[in-house]
Design a protein around this ligand. Structure first.
Ligand SMILES: [Zn+2]
Length: 288
């Protein structure tokens, strides 16, 4: 039961958001605020981890070296979903680089892009661009960024385009590569989005499509059209996720959309341990 004060606060927050959106300054302010928070967080971690500087792990985004990185464990409200289903979702020791705040999952994708795939000169479709990854890509490739709520990412790429992954407005065979990390678990009609990604990818193109997944689950658990953030946290480990993929089933769904799938196992990714990547994370590459 909400108290009156809390109810007032929630209503006020909603009103302010609508007002700022009406004035077209909500997203610029949001980006500005994000940048300030990131700068403060960096300052805090750089100071706190100064004592751990030195050989151990190296960040492949900024080259900083530390004996340990910043850990992150699931909050109480999502803990059960993550732990019970053994979800590979990026939690654990050595998650954030204390110097640039890159996440373990971004460092793993970067290592794969630098060593296992070639991005130089390629046309790349990058969904919901991660700041560090986008900055790496934009100097080497022709990158088109998209999101269903582009305003949230305008501080990363001011030219980001609004796009619904299930109804892409790009022509068939438009891109050499697609990068969509931690996107599909949010989308009710995920197979439709996979088909669209397949359609706009050029023949011989590759898509890096990381999602949180479980190898313990035999079937994907999902409620595609759920709209209940509290329940989504409890069931799926995040307030805007609609499923937890069983890894095998995730691969099957990608194949049903037309892709040939390669799963790079943690053993195959062994050389990237020095970048403080998640121990048991695989990388899913979908090829056309
Ligand atoms: Zn870094």
């Amino acid at each position: 039961m909400l108290t009156n004060d809390l109810r007032y606060f929630v209503a006020m927050k909603r009103f302010l958001k609508r007002l700022l959106q009406g004035l077209h300054i909500y997203y610029p302010l949001h980006g500005f605020y994000r940048n300030i928070v990131d700068a403060q967080t960096k300052k805090k971690y750089r100071a706190a981890y100064k004592k751990y500087e030195g050989k151990g792990f190296i960040c492949n985004f900024c080259n900083a070296q530390y004996k340990k990185f910043v850990p992150q464990y699931p909050d109480k409200n999502i803990e059960e979903a993550i732990n019970k289903n053994a979800v590979i979702a990026g939690f654990g020791e050595n998650v954030y680089c204390p110097n640039c705040l890159s996440k373990n999952r971004e460092r793993l994708v970067l290592a794969v892009l630098q060593n296992d795939l070639n991005v130089t000169g390629k046309s790349i479709l990058h969904f919901s661009p991660e700041k560090n990854l986008y900055n790496f890509l934009k100097d080497k490739a022709r990158v088109t960024t998209v999101d269903i709520m582009p305003g949230l990412y305008r501080n990363i790429d001011k030219n980001i385009i609004k796009a619904d992954a299930t109804k892409l407005h790009f022509a068939d065979n438009s891109f050499d590569m697609i990068i969509a990390n931690h996107i599909l678990e949010h989308i009710p009609e995920d197979v439709q989005a996979m088909k669209e990604m397949y359609r706009v990818l050029k023949p011989n193109g590759s898509a890096v499509l990381q999602v949180p997944y479980s190898e313990k689950l035999n079937v994907t658990i999902e409620e595609p059209f759920i709209n209940d953030p509290k329940r989504q946290e409890r069931l799926f480990g995040q307030r805007d996720h609609v499923r937890i993929y069983a890894l095998k089933n995730y691969v099957k769904r990608l194949e049903s959309a037309g892709f040939t799938v390669t799963v790079l196992s943690p053993q195959a990714l062994h050389n990237y341990k020095k970048f403080a990547v998640q121990d048991s994370e695989s990388v899913v590459i979908a090829n056309k």
